[in-house]
Write a protein that binds this ligand. Structure first.
Ligand code: FMN
Length: 160
């Protein structure tokens, strides 16, 4: 099954998950990158990110090639920002009208997934969402166990 993993990652967790899925399934990856790549830390990061979510921003992305039609399964991953999926993904979904595909969703979060999966499903109507999974800070203290969970999830996707 030809698989594409599309993801945004600000602090590396979704990137880590995408890498494990890539290795487990022999998938290809598309990392979405913000045109504004200034690094924000601490509270400034939360204010900046939260403001984008609440204003429904669609921030410009660095150029990318989205030849999604050729894939059997598209895995889409995002960090949870203020209970929502990341604005970078909002830009991508607005620009790239994926339809008729099997989709698996993942998010990385600190403890609250919010409405991320409902929102993503609403943005992806016309596709079949076959799986969804949240991972709590996989780069954190339980990294080994978290990555094992990602591997197991990826394997389950190969049987879909
Ligand atoms: C602007 C901002 C808002 C966030 N809001 C939430 C939230 O609502 N719920 C939550 O559990 N984690 C929240 N987080 C934490 C991230 O979802 C978490 O650190 C995630 O693993 C980051 O993924 P990444 O490293 O791929 O960027 C927020 C982080 C940022 C920067």
């Amino acid at each position: 099954m030809k698989t594409l993993v599309v993801y945004f990652s600000y602090t590396g967790n979704c990137g880590l998950v995408a890498g494990v899925i890539k290795n487990s399934l022999g998938a290809e990856t598309l990392e979405l990158k913000l045109e504004d790549d200034k690094e924000r830390k601490g509270l400034a990061k939360y204010f900046w990110g939260g403001k984008q979510v609440f204003s429904h921003a669609k921030p410009p992305l660095k150029p990318y090639k989205a030849d999604w039609e050729q894939y059997d399964l598209i895995v889409i991953g995002s960090p949870v920002w203020a209970g929502s999926f990341s604005p970078a993904l909002a830009t991508f979904l607005d620009q790239t009208k994926i339809s008729g595909k099997k989709i698996a969703l993942f998010c990385c979060h600190r403890g609250g997934k919010g409405r991320v999966f409902d929102q993503l499903k609403a943005a992806l109507t016309g596709n079949t969402v076959v799986a969804e999974r949240g991972f709590i800070i996989p780069s954190g203290a339980n990294r080994g166990e978290a990555l094992e969970n990602v591997r197991a999830w990826a394997q389950s996707l190969s049987k879909i």
